[in-house]
Design a protein around this ligand. Structure first.
Ligand code: NAP
Ligand code: F7E
Length: 349
């Protein structure tokens, strides 16, 4: 019987949070995976090292290439060499706060990087290659009507990160319309996991409070506690990326949980699970979280974590994805927090 040809996926950003979950998923689906890694002075492959162990090396299914989406020539060469069935562009300078410090760099990677990949697909005339763009709820930015946001809600980004993602979003739509490339946008709302980078707020809170509980950190210092976010689990969101590229036509999709929480609510829920009883005192930059048991201040505010312009409210409606992709989130915010705490405890014990 003729063997079905294995699909080939190329992941830009394979070393990141989402890249690692997506690679796991695609391995289970029997793909051959190619991933692009930037050169760095240390290995920086912690999130995917376990995948190499689990793969039978006589039948290698995961390959890493050095590359950088700031470099159009090497990006084109990698795509030409692999000629993948699916390209997932998850590579970005992905930190919103940092984009205020390095705006030009952020635009080069997060905006122009996407253009470079799409240009490679066009120049190489890869008619069968599908492209996934990691678009973001940060594109909505200034939300006037605090209701669920969907694929038709206008964009008003509040950072160069958001502006760059709007550029990449429209570039994907443009290459779809102008050149018939199968280019889809997943407009993903915040998603977290034990593999989240340490300076994003959920990881900072879970890691900080777990360490405080274990007596190895004294205090957690944060910025704006009142921003509203819609937090899902990255593992669920990786499934949506794959489903988006399996759909019969290219399109744009909101992926979210449709649940809203403030940073403070996320923090309180984490503290409760760790049996830390926090009393809140003061307001604004003087607000403090005090440990009822010890009377010590364990949470305080530093204005350096505030952004020159904030995204106050994000909650997404995933109705379209539910209807057509049969996607819905399976991990609740509570379970997400438990998963993150379990991981942090395992690192300490
Ligand atoms: P992440 O953990 O920061 O991962 C970003 C990845 O991009 C890393 O593998 C990083 O490599 C790589 N990268 C950065 N600059 C690069 C360059 N110049 N060339 C090649 N690769 C480069 O981000 P994530 O949370 O997994 O998010 C994945 C994508 O989804 C990003 O595009 C992000 O903007 C977007 N997004 C994320 C969320 C979210 O809530 N997580 C929501 C919506 C959209 P290093 O490991 O070397 O740094
Ligand atoms: O901030 C507030 C902060 O940095 C969330 C990226 O994956 O999701 C992410 O962007 C909120 C903001 O994520 C601290 O002001 C308070 O309101 O965890 P964050 P983000 O900015 O929402 C979107 C969808 C992406 O696409 C991005 O790639 O938390 N906040 N205190 C803080 N944030 C941080 N980082 N650190 C604090 O100390």
């Amino acid at each position: 019987m003729a063997q079905l040809k294995k699909k080939i996926a190329l992941i830009f950003g394979i070393t990141g949070q989402d890249g690692s979950y997506l690679a796991e998923l695609l391995l289970k689906k029997n793909y051959i995976i190619h991933g692009v890694k930037r050169r760095s002075s240390s290995a920086n492959t912690e999130r995917i090292d376990h995948l190499f162990d689990s793969v039978n090396f006589s039948n290698k299914r995961i390959f890493i290439h050095y590359g950088d989406i700031s470099d159009g020539t090497s990006t084109l060469n990698i795509i030409n060499k692999i000629k993948p069935d699916e390209i997932y562009n998850l590579a970005a300078q992905s930190h919103v706060r940092v984009s205020f410090d390095i705006p030009e760099y952020t635009a080069d990677i997060t905006a122009l990087g996407a253009l470079r990949i799409l240009e490679a697909i066009r120049i190489l005339n890869l008619k069968k290659t599908k492209y996934y763009q990691a678009s973001s709820s940060e594109m909505y930015g200034l939300v006037k009507n605090k209701k669920s946001l969907n694929e038709l809600t206008p964009f008003h980004p509040r950072s160069v990160y958001g502006v760059s993602k709007v550029f990449a979003y429209h570039t994907a739509v443009h290459y779809r319309e102008a050149y018939g490339i199968f280019a889809s946008n997943g407009i993903l709302f915040n998603h977290e996991s034990p593999r989240r980078g340490p300076t994003f707020v959920t990881k900072k809170i879970v890691q900080g409070l777990t360490r405080i509980k274990k007596g190895i950190q004294k205090k957690l210092t944060l910025g704006n506690l009142y921003a509203v976010r819609d937090w899902g689990h990255a593992k669920d969101y990786a499934i949506s990326m794959w489903k988006i590229l399996q759909y019969k036509k290219p399109d744009d999709w909101v992926i979210a949980t449709n649940k809203e929480n403030t940073v403070k609510k996320f923090l309180n829920a984490t503290a409760k699970k760790l049996s830390i009883d926090i009393i809140w005192k003061g307001s604004g930059i003087k607000e403090k979280g005090i440990d009822r048991k010890t009377g010590r201040t364990i949470v305080d505010i530093d204005p350096k974590y505030f952004r020159p312009s904030e995204v106050d409210f994000l909650k997404g409606s995933y109705s379209k994805a539910k209807k057509y992709l049969k996607w819905k989130p399976s991990i609740s915010t509570n379970e997400l927090i438990e998963d993150m705490i379990k991981y942090e405890l395992s690192k300490i014990d």
